[in-house]
Design a protein around this ligand. Structure first.
Ligand code: EPS
Length: 404
């Protein structure tokens, strides 16, 4: 909050993987947005799916409870707080108890993790936070935290839909198998990406690739190994001019990259052609401007100068294989300092399909922040008036007689 007291959009989460539950808090959503728990739960259910998930998803049945910010089916303009209980907590009450005297033996804590997994936060977090039990780190580093992100993202999606902005995703690559459908492929994306992608057990739009991906997940599982992949996430209907060229931290592409890179296990984010643009000549990269200010192509992926162009926003998000291996890698025991095999916790073979749903949520959060920052408004009605006035201004600039 600056000295002027201007409205701030804020988003945060709290919660451990086997703790009591997860909380998501969103601040700055205007009053009057119609919303129900069902709007949020449908997204939580999508996140729980995907071939290659482990036994934990059979235990959980994620649903939100409103704690604050919503009344009679509408947002109030106050901070929105949502809670998702961890069903698994029942089995972890003593291990995760907040009170010292509820833990049977504080020195010999149960289910300690002292053999850190290469690739996980275990070792670095234990050193940084001076913990001898890596469980104190991994409980929060766990991707379970993304439940709360998806809950907040669902509210943002609902707001964006009021402005005809739709976000979808599909798995473009998994375990080294590439789908032949995508924004840069000859086989174009369907108009409603999620309607099609959610029909596939791996959220892949290419049936041949889907069958091969499933074979590779089965093989990786049998070998005690894990698989990564790439998701393509697309936002349709984003108006021209979200984000800004004026300062490094106002650029929409940079903000998307940060938000998406913050998803556990994500190692790369590309916009449009991404790294491929670096290999091509300028004439094969830039999108020519057509009458009516439309573009012949969308290789930029929907941003120029850190601002949305009005074309579809296309990001690709790369996830490394999950670092919990059932056939563990070499490590060092935190207690003895001697060589050991990394600890195996129950986990997923792959979570790439779920990561697409999380990427949609993060994209929705970033776009909501950018929309509110440009147009403001305490009520949805005010925000709509502001957006409409701006769109009329842009339309008035469109060359006369041109196709819109
Ligand atoms: C995770 C390990 C697994 C995953 C978990 C992320 O949990 P558990 O150790 O309880 O089996 O299932 O993901 C979720 C619980 C979830 O909701 O996505 C990890 O270590 O990151």
């Amino acid at each position: 909050m600056g000295v002027g007291g201007e409205m701030t959009f804020r988003f945060t989460t709290a919660g451990e993987s086997h703790g009591r539950g997860l909380v998501g808090i969103l601040e700055g959503i205007p009053a009057g947005l119609p919303i129900s728990a069902a709007d949020v739960d449908v997204e939580l259910k999508r996140r729980m799916g995907g071939y290659g998930r482990g036994a934990r998803m059979k235990i959980e049945s994620d649903r939100i409870e409103w704690l604050a910010g919503v009344r009679a089916g509408e947002t109030l303009g106050s901070p929105i707080a949502m809670l998702v209980w961890n069903r698994d907590w029942e089995h972890w009450q003593d291990v995760m108890a907040p009170e010292a005297d509820a833990t049977p033996d504080p020195l010999g804590r149960r289910r300690q993790v002292t053999r850190p997994r290469p690739g996980h936060a275990d070792l670095t977090g234990s050193l940084k936070y001076d913990r001898t039990d890596a469980r104190d780190i991994l409980e929060r580093a766990s991707a379970r935290e993304t439940v709360a992100r998806v809950a907040c993202g669902a509210v943002c999606k609902k707001l964006l839909r009021e402005f005809s902005i739709e976000i979808g995703s599909h798995v473009a690559e998994l375990g080294g198998v590439t789908a032949n459908v995508g924004a840069q492929h000859a086989a174009a994306l369907p108009a409603h990406i999620n309607d099609a992608a959610d029909q596939s057990p791996v959220r892949c739009l290419d049936k041949d690739a889907e069958a091969e991906i499933i074979r590779r997940i089965d093989a990786a599982k049998a070998a005690g190994d894990t698989l990564g992949g790439i998701v393509e996430c697309v936002a349709l209907g984003v108006p021209v001019g979200l984000g800004s060229h004026v300062s490094w931290d106002t650029k929409l592409d940079g903000r998307l990259a940060q938000a998406l890179m913050s998803i556990p296990a994500v190692k790369g984010v590309e916009l449009g052609l991404g790294f491929e643009a670096a290999r091509r000549k300028g004439s094969e990269v830039h999108d020519e401007i057509m009458p009516g200010f439309s573009r012949a192509t969308n290789r930029a992926g929907g941003t120029e100068g850190g601002m949305s162009t009005g074309e579809p926003l296309v990001v690709r998000v790369a996830m490394k294989p999950i670092s919990t291996l059932m056939s563990p890698l070499k490590t060092v025991d935190l207690k003895t300092g001697g060589p050991a095999q990394a600890q195996s916790e129950r986990s997923d073979v792959t979570a790439v399909p779920a990561m697409g749903v999380i990427a949609e949520a993060m994209m929705a959060i970033v776009l909501t922040e950018a929309l509110l920052e440009k147009f403001g408004g305490d009520a949805l009605s005010e925000l709509k008036r502001n957006v409409d006035a701006y769109l009329a201004q842009v339309r008035a600039r469109t060359p006369k007689g041109a196709a819109s």
